[in-house]
Design a protein around this ligand. Structure first.
Ligand SMILES: [Fe+2]
Length: 238
């Protein structure tokens, strides 16, 4: 299973503060049964140019790489980003640099406010430009968007990432399982930031999915992400 959302790069954002924490996060992920981790530091266009962000990300990655050399027991790390939506985003140059390494997948953090038609149009434009957009932790928005807005958003065909907690929590598990069963969720992520308050935690989420939907459903879910990472362009086609 791949963890598609983690703030694992040391000193890059409000996630891992140092290499030791990053190593601990990878060790915890391996213990959960995760074999690949998408390193998705926050990208805020108001604070960084894409070029500067990519330089900083590379430096952080190299620090982590030095520390993980020879550690075959740790998950593989693929570089990516969690890009916060901004107005005019679809016209920005270099967005492909924020995509998950080796793919055209852009993990998009939607604004935490009601989405206007303009926002939805911008997301649609991103997809028209050849990016595959995955909305990060969609469960955060379900309560704050009117139902018709969510329906319009799902109609855009955007891929969906949910956090492990959505599947694990008694309060939300039923809804999470329903969405997964209907094919509305493609990616699982821990959105881990550290080893204490927001640790890698996909083990419990995977166990809940297996218990409620069965081993085959969990395997199919994992296989979709694996196919994307392997370069299968049609992996989420209907
Ligand atoms: Fe995040």
């Amino acid at each position: 299973m791949t963890d598609f959302h983690m703030h694992v790069l040391p000193g890059m954002d409000d996630g891992s503060r140092d290499v030791e924490t990053s190593l601990g996060m990878l060790e915890r992920s391996a213990a959960c049964g995760v074999d690949t981790v998408a390193a998705t530091p926050h990208f805020y266009a108001a604070e960084n140019s894409i070029a500067r962000f990519l330089r900083r990300r590379q430096e952080a990655y190299e620090k982590l790489n030095e520390a993980t050399e020879g550690r075959d027991d740790l998950p593989r790390v693929r570089l990516g980003a969690e890009a916060l939506y901004f107005s005019g985003m679809s016209a920005a140059d270099g967005l492909d640099g924020l995509c998950l390494e080796g793919t055209d997948l852009l993990l998009l953090e939607m604004p935490f406010a009601p989405w206007t038609d303009r926002v939805l149009q911008e997301v649609q434009s991103l997809q028209r430009d050849g990016l595959r957009v995955a909305a990060a932790h969609i469960e955060r928005y379900l309560a704050i968007q009117p139902r018709r807005t969510m329906e319009a958003f799902f109609d855009l065909g955007t891929l969906i990432q949910c956090n492990g907690a959505f599947f694990r929590s008694r309060r939300t598990a039923h809804r999470a399982m329903g969405m997964l069963r209907r094919g509305q969720v493609q990616f699982l992520g821990s959105d881990a930031h550290d080893l204490t308050d927001r640790p890698p935690d996909l083990g419990q989420a995977m166990a809940c999915i297996e218990k409620k939907l069965g081993r085959d459903a969990l395997a199919r879910f994992a296989a979709g992400g694996d196919a994307l990472l392997a370069g299968d362009e049609g992996c989420f086609d209907e």
